[in-house]
Design a protein around this ligand. Structure first.
Ligand code: MG
Length: 222
């Protein structure tokens, strides 16, 4: 029996990360008055750090990106980037049919959670400003010191089940990343569905082209 569904955020509930990431990177470069090659190096470094590395806050991510680009760390870094981060959610869009899907799960008394990798301030702003925040019984952001682990580590999936008070095998993870979301969830004993067709295709995982098809599928099995 399915009792809970956990969702990835970027590329799953929110429309693909690449589009809005570029907008945010450009805004951060401007807030730091970077131009030309400085900007290119900084944005490339930050684009790698945000989805791939364990950072607690956006300030830490920007700090590391500046260091790796051999750029000076400006005074009052936090104050400079804060307006961009505060409005980060405005550059995010909820993926089509996600709200319909969440409403459907709620109507069937299925618990829901978000499990997302990223700095706690950025991911919180995205959840808040898109209105998604109110839908979930649990929100786990890897940058949150209370979470302190990240996908695909099994600890973060176990923590989600613990917070929802459900067993792993009663829980479905939905995400676009075959490794972080799908393999990670399977490793912790959850079920997994991949939304989209990012490669490599995880073995034993059902794929859905989009949230609408996932909703149609869940309507049949719940
Ligand atoms: Mg994702």
């Amino acid at each position: 029996m399915l009792r809970a569904v956990c969702f990835d955020l970027d590329g799953t509930l929110l429309r693909p990360h690449q589009d809005f990431q570029q907008e945010v990177l450009a805004k951060l470069s401007s807030s730091l008055a970077l131009t030309g090659w400085q900007r290119q190096k900084f944005e490339a470094a930050l684009a790698h750090i945000l989805p791939n590395e364990a950072v607690v806050s956006s300030e830490e991510a920007v700090h590391v990106a500046l260091e790796r680009s051999s750029l000076d760390i400006p005074d009052q870094l936090f104050l400079r980037i804060q307006p961009v981060i505060q409005n980060y959610g405005q550059t995010c869009e909820v993926a089509e049919h996600s709200l319909e899907l969440l409403d459907f799960l709620q109507s069937r008394s299925i618990l829901t959670a978000v499990i997302t990798n990223g700095p706690v301030d950025m991911q919180s702003a995205a959840l808040k400003q898109t209105g998604l925040e109110t839908y979930f019984s649990a929100i786990l952001i890897s940058g949150d010191p209370e979470v302190n682990c990240r996908k695909p580590d099994k600890e973060i999936f176990e923590l989600a089940c613990q917070k929802l008070a459900v067993l792993p095998h009663e829980t479905l993870m939905v995400g676009d990343n075959p490794v972080a979301d799908c393999q990670g969830a399977l490793g912790a004993g959850l079920q997994a569905i991949q939304v989209g067709h990012r490669k490599p295709k995880p073995a034993g995982v059902r794929q859905m082209p989009n949230m609408f098809m996932l909703l149609e599928y869940l309507r049949k099995i719940i």
